[in-house]
Design a protein around this ligand. Structure first.
Ligand SMILES: C[S@@+](CC[C@H](N)C(=O)[O-])C[C@H]1O[C@@H](n2cnc3c(N)ncnc32)[C@H](O)[C@@H]1O
Length: 191
């Protein structure tokens, strides 16, 4: 188990990514191919910038990544726009000043873990719900929502909410995610 995590940590370092979390998104992208050149992508919980860097390369010079985090993310490429702040203070209108619609909304947001699984779960559900609310306002028809969530008591209700909004909903546990972690990723599509 430990060995696997060391493997992804080392790989991220070698490939120039600031965090190994990039491989969770990469696995989903390689299987489902929802990120494409020219897209406008919202990246919620972007610090330290692995997903942002990976997506900026995929969308290319005609695309745009809007990266949001509580922590200051150093601009990682010319096609990245950085917003430092709390998603609970941010409004969809703030994002619409940058782009009226987004092709993909990503959320890797996670609360500071407390060690209490129920508390961490409820906070994660709160963040995922906030990401979903943004998505409902700004995602173009046919767009994709990819979001991390910690499983627990309220997970079935969150899954049901996603199923009521999207045409397709997949729950993904990437190989690069620690097996003992309760995190999973929702891959939701409008089309
Ligand atoms: C697992 S890290 C993201 C890693 C990133 N995707 C990467 O690949 O480098 C989770 C991030 O969520 C951010 N976060 C947590 N609560 C947030 C909030 N209320 N608003 C904005 N960002 C938040 C944290 O600051 C943290 O940087």
């Amino acid at each position: 188990m430990r060995k696997t995590q060391d493997y992804y940590f080392k790989k991220a370092k070698e490939e120039g990514f600031p965090a190994r979390s990039v491989y969770k998104l990469k696995e989903a992208q390689e299987k489902y191919g929802f990120l494409r050149p020219g897209q406008t992508v919202l990246d919620l919980g972007a610090y330290p910038g692995s997903w942002t860097k990976y997506v900026a390369r995929l969308v290319g010079p005609k695309g745009l990544v809007v990266a949001v985090d509580l922590q200051r993310l150093e601009c990682v490429a010319d096609n990245v726009s950085v917003l430092q702040g709390d998603v609970y203070d941010l409004e969809p209108s703030d994002l619409m000043k940058i782009s009226l619609v987004f092709d993909v909304v990503l959320s890797d947001m996670a609360p500071k873990t407390t060690g209490r699984r129920d508390v961490d779960h409820f906070r994660s559900i709160g963040l995922a719900g906030r990401a979903l609310s943004f998505t409902q306002e700004i995602l173009r028809p046919g767009g994709t929502f990819f979001c991390k969530v910690f499983q627990g008591e309220d997970f079935p209700a969150f899954l049901a909410r996603c199923r009521s909004i999207f045409k397709s909903v997949r729950v993904i546990k990437p190989r690069s995610s620690r097996p003992e972690s309760v995190e999973v990723f929702m891959l939701c599509g409008m089309a």
